[in-house]
Design a protein around this ligand. Structure first.
Ligand code: CTP
Ligand code: MG
Length: 220
């Protein structure tokens, strides 16, 4: 069965700021998007990688991916879900690995764990436990939230293309931060595998500094 990675890179990176969206900034001389692309494209079980970008960032993306076999770039939409949908529309069947371009480092073992787990479920996602105490509140603590059993969900996320299409149709465009949310809402079985700290999403400047340090220390 084919495994198509869909890298969503059509965001504007407003929380991080900078001259260009975060996926086009460089870590260790290579753009974040190219890091994410190479991590998936070099995996022996990944058949192909498609990249979804904003209409006004096609040129930036072509530059970032120069020399790589990325096929035709796919134009994304206003919300992340629209971008995923555009990618999914370009994939007829098989397994899809939906991945944020803002997660530059993806260990190959995570992809192996996802594809192995997918044999038993409708989807598979990498997760990490929470380390901090969890609470609700703003300015003051209103209520503490039981932490045990809580998980942080990362990408890449593995699904059968037809299942994800069904779940997204059921969701009808309702806002969701990832695809596991719509799969679970549609009653499908999404299994968890061990995630990885290096898969942390780059959202703020602090995340950026951590990623640079990781790369500089040759830990990636
Ligand atoms: N993304 C996308 N299309 C959108 C919005 C987001 O493809 N319309 C992608 C981003 O490029 C990123 C991933 O979804 O790789 C995760 O989104 P996020 O971290 O929120 O990135 P941005 O939306 O770019 O950042 P911000 O929310 O701070 O503007
Ligand atoms: Mg966003």
């Amino acid at each position: 069965m084919t495994v198509t990675a869909l890298i969503v890179a059509a965001g504007s990176g407003t929380r991080m700021g900078g001259d260009v969206p975060k996926q086009f900034r460089r870590i260790g001389g290579k753009t974040v998007l190219a890091h994410a692309f190479d991590a998936l494209a070099s995996h022996p079980r990944v058949t192909s990688v498609r990249v979804i970008v904003a209409p006004d960032q096609l040129e930036l993306a072509r530059e970032a991916l120069a020399g790589r076999d990325c096929g035709e770039l796919i134009v994304g939409g206003a919300d992340r879900a629209d971008s995923v949908r555009a990618g999914l529309d370009a994939v007829a069947e098989g397994i899809v690995l939906v991945h944020d371009a803002a997660r530059p480092f993806c260990p190959p073992e995570v992809v192996d764990r996802l594809l192995d787990a997918l044999r038993q479920g409708d989807g598979a996602v990498p997760v990490l436990p929470l380390a901090d105490t969890l609470a609700r509140g703003r300015g003051r603590l209103d209520a503490m939230v039981e932490r045990s059993g809580m998980l942080r969900v990362q990408t890449p996320q593995a699904f059968h293309a037809e299942d994800l299409r069904y779940a997204m149709d059921e969701a009808g465009g309702a806002a969701a931060t990832d695809e596991s949310s719509v799969m679970v809402a549609a009653g499908l079985k999404v299994l968890t595998v061990e995630g990885d700290p290096s898969l942390e999403k780059l959202t703020t400047d602090a995340d950026w500094r951590r990623a640079e340090a990781l790369q500089a220390a040759q830990m990636i």
